[in-house]
Design a protein around this ligand. Structure first.
Ligand code: PHE
Length: 448
């Protein structure tokens, strides 16, 4: 099927790789990975996560790119275009849309927290302040509904504003400079962390597995996070792949994005845990972890004011490029499938997701006591996606690739030079990846 003439395409291959990396690298790496690792006892959790990235995440990343590129269509139509019209597989696309809405609703709240920390850095509320004062900063945000909603609105507004402009101008300009800048800043922080007395304990905590500290729910969280962090299982990568003209180097793109994503998560984790073990903090303190540890480090650094400002600005950017990809999944669908104008669609969907996110923004204050299935709205949106719809979506995409598209797709993906890799890839997609996810889902959900 030839692509509709009106469909935009990435201007260069680099722009596409950077955008895919921009989707993958975000709060999942810098905020979520360290705190869930801390809550799940460290090394064994990290080991499961790493195995999942390589054995499950990577093949599914390749499959999603392939499906999107081949279909040249939104997440729902992609399954019909590569299978047949009316294919029941389009259900996987709908589940992807649901995941995108749920994730963006709480993701934009955390994006708002980061914006608050940009403001706090700007107004010098970390450098020269005591640890106790710094620890309390996030608490004052949490207890203020108005402040939460304000930053949440600003973050969502920024996301919509960029998506409004369409693919090209929106994404490509900034990605090229700011993504590498974030990486360099993290490496500089790592350089400082290596001289903290807690570094040894941090490395042991992260990289020496202690299986006794891992539960079935923890394994599910590691598997789920490998999907979350690579933006898999919900169509973001299918959608980005659909804006790719020729089938160039899908495998190489998947490999480099997964490697970069993992590297950034491990670097952020090492810095954060070296602070934790140097200043005797609680590794399992939860979602507040990044927001309490790093400012303590900044407060002690020469030039800490600027470092803190640069860091939170760059994290804002990383979060924005992920949020954009989430909104883009929905916008591409509604524009193509229902013929709506792009601008109007982005505005309406942004407002809708913002509205849903209000429930998450108020989960730390006015609605803190409202529990559904034992969770606040914030936790529920997070858990339902990471521990259910993303792994399920990923497993189904894998099965679709392996069984429906089959050997020919696998061969096309790896190309003539790596022909030997086609069969292993196909069987991983057919059996290994779905089976691993199924086992983990069934066991983990029982403890949920
Ligand atoms: N991968 C992003 C992160 O790590 C989050 C995300 C999930 C983005 C799913 C798009 C789709 O922050």
């Amino acid at each position: 099927m030839s692509p509709p003439a009106s469909r935009a395409h990435w201007s260069t291959r680099l722009a596409f790789i950077l955008a895919a990396a921009g989707s993958a690298v975000g709060l999942g790496n810098i905020w979520k990975f360290p705190y869930i690792t801390g809550m799940n006892g460290g090394g064994a959790f990290v080991a499961v996560y790493l195995v999942c990235i390589a054995a499950v995440g990577l093949p599914i990343f390749i499959a999603e790119l392939y499906i999107g590129q081949k279909a040249q269509a939104n997440v729902v139509r992609a399954f019909e275009a590569t299978h047949r019209p009316g294919s029941p597989w389009r259900f996987v696309g709908w589940m992807g849309l649901l995941s995108a809405i749920l994730i963006l609703s709480f993701y934009s709240v955390v994006g708002g927290w980061v914006l608050d920390f940009v403001y706090r850095s700007l107004t010098n509320q970390f450098a020269g302040h005591s640890d106790e004062e710094i620890k309390g900063v996030l608490g004052t945000l949490f207890s203020s509904p108005g402040r939460q909603l304000f930053w949440h609105a600003l973050f969502m507004g920024g996301t919509v504003a960029i998506v409004l402009q369409g693919l090209k101008e929106g994404l490509e300009r900034w990605n090229r400079i700011l993504m590498p800048a974030l990486f360099v800043l993290l490496l500089l922080l790592l350089g400082r962390a290596l001289f903290l007395p807690g570094i040894g304990k941090a490395l042991t905590f992260l990289f020496v597995p202690d299986a006794s500290r891992l539960t079935a729910a923890g394994v599910l969280e590691a598997v789920g996070h490998s999907f979350f962090t690579l933006s898999l299982g919900m169509g973001a990568i299918i959608t980005y792949g659909s804006y790719l003209g020729s089938r160039e180097a899908l495998t190489r793109t998947a490999l480099s994005v997964a490697a970069l994503d993992t590297l950034i998560a491990l670097t952020a984790g090492t810095v954060i845990f070296s602070v934790v073990f140097t200043y005797g903090l609680d590794a399992g303190s939860g979602p507040t972890l990044m927001f309490q540890t790093l400012p303590m480090l900044f407060a002690r650094l020469p030039g800490g004011y600027l470092v803190s400002l640069a860091f939170f600005l760059l994290v804002t950017f990383a979060a924005l490029t992920s949020a954009i990809s989430l909104l883009e999944v929905m916008v591409t669908y509604w524009v193509e499938q229902h013929g709506k104008p792009r601008k109007q669609t982005a505005l309406v969907l942004g407002a809708l997701v913002y509205g849903m996110g209000i429930l998450s923004a108020l989960s730390t204050n006015l609605l803190a006591h409202v529990k559904l299935l034992g969770h606040t709205f914030f936790d529920l949106a997070d858990k339902t996606t990471s521990s259910l719809t993303l792994p399920l979506g990923g497993a189904l995409i894998s099965i679709f690739f392996g069984w429906v598209l089959g050997p020919q797709a696998a061969e096309e993906v790896v190309g003539p030079r790596f022909k030997w890799a086609a069969r292993p890839l196909m069987w991983t997609a057919r059996v290994l990846a779905p089976l691993a996810v199924a086992v983990v889902l069934v066991r983990g959900l029982r403890e949920w």
